[in-house]
Write a new protein. Structure first.
Length: 277
């Protein structure tokens, strides 16, 4: 689950930019009118973002009641009722767009993650996200990925090493980069990117914890798995699409990183219908 620190600042930003000096359209409704609202999904998917909806309406009007029929991670079918609202009509109308924006986007990410996870079902491969996220929204997007059955790579630049081509060049080589990483932050996981089997051998000799196979062919991935013999985790990266995913997973790699998990945002189609109390 996300913390309030993950949620509240983003919700405040969303409401500030949306409401501005006041919701002039909601003001057309009498200030004392009460209403009920029902939110459904028009398509199948995976739910994510319930905490954001709660936070939006709590910020707009704590008197609005939010009652959930579904939870984060639940599989949805068309016309499922996700939640209902009851309270001041103006407040419901004012919070509607911000609440649905969060829910649609995060549910879209969870749904896409679930669809890709289903492709590799039955293999050992775990699908990982990347740092290619919307600024300020990383923890929420990474949470959505897990709701869809995929996994998080490192959260940021602080929790694990990912030594890539430019780092290797600046450090003087693969062995030197790994040795410097081990000395500078003992205990932090060390992953290094390689572009061919010769570089893989160097990374294994230097005892990297995980090796990223950058744009390897399927044949070279299989050779890499055979060479490694469990001595390090192997992560495939590059040219990963729905069409190539199963074949990559079947090579025997441990992980497949997919930037599209958080870069491709296809909002889940939701609908809110309001009725007077």
């Amino acid at each position: 689950m996300l913390t309030q620190t993950d949620i509240n600042p983003i919700v405040k930003l969303a409401l500030d930019e949306d409401i501005g000096s006041g919701d002039i359209t909601a003001a057309l409704v009498s200030s004392g009118d009460a209403a009920h609202a029902t939110v459904i999904t028009r398509e199948a998917g995976v739910l994510c973002g319930t905490q954001f909806v709660d936070a939006v309406f709590n910020a707009v009007d704590p008197g609005v009641s939010v009652k959930w029929n579904k939870a984060d991670g639940d599989r949805l079918t068309p016309n499922d009722v996700l939640f209902t609202l009851a309270g001041n009509a103006r407040s419901i109308l004012t919070g509607e767009r911000a609440a649905l924006n969060f829910l649609q986007m995060l549910s879209g990410t969870a749904s896409y993650s679930a669809s890709l996870a289903s492709i590799v079902q039955g293999t050992k491969a775990k699908l990982l996200d990347t740092r290619k996220t919307i600024p300020g929204f990383r923890n929420a997007q990474k949470y959505a990925v897990t709701c869809g059955g995929c996994f998080n790579h490192r959260i940021g630049l602080f929790d694990a090493f990912l030594i890539k081509e430019n780092h290797i060049a600046a450090c003087g080589g693969i062995r030197q980069a790994i040795e410097q990483a081990r000395q500078s932050a003992p205990g932090k996981p060390i992953e290094i990117e390689v572009e061919n089997l010769q570089e893989l051998e160097q990374a294994l000799t230097a005892k990297a914890d995980r090796v990223m196979l950058d744009n390897f062919t399927l044949d070279d991935m299989r050779r890499a798995v055979a060479m490694t013999k469990g001595g390090a985790e192997l992560e495939a990266s590059g040219n990963v699409t729905e069409a190539t995913l199963r074949g990559i997973a079947e090579t025997g790699v441990d992980f497949i990183s997919i930037g599209a998990l958080t870069k491709v945002v296809m909002p889940l189609d939701l609908s809110l219908r309001l009725s007077s109390s």
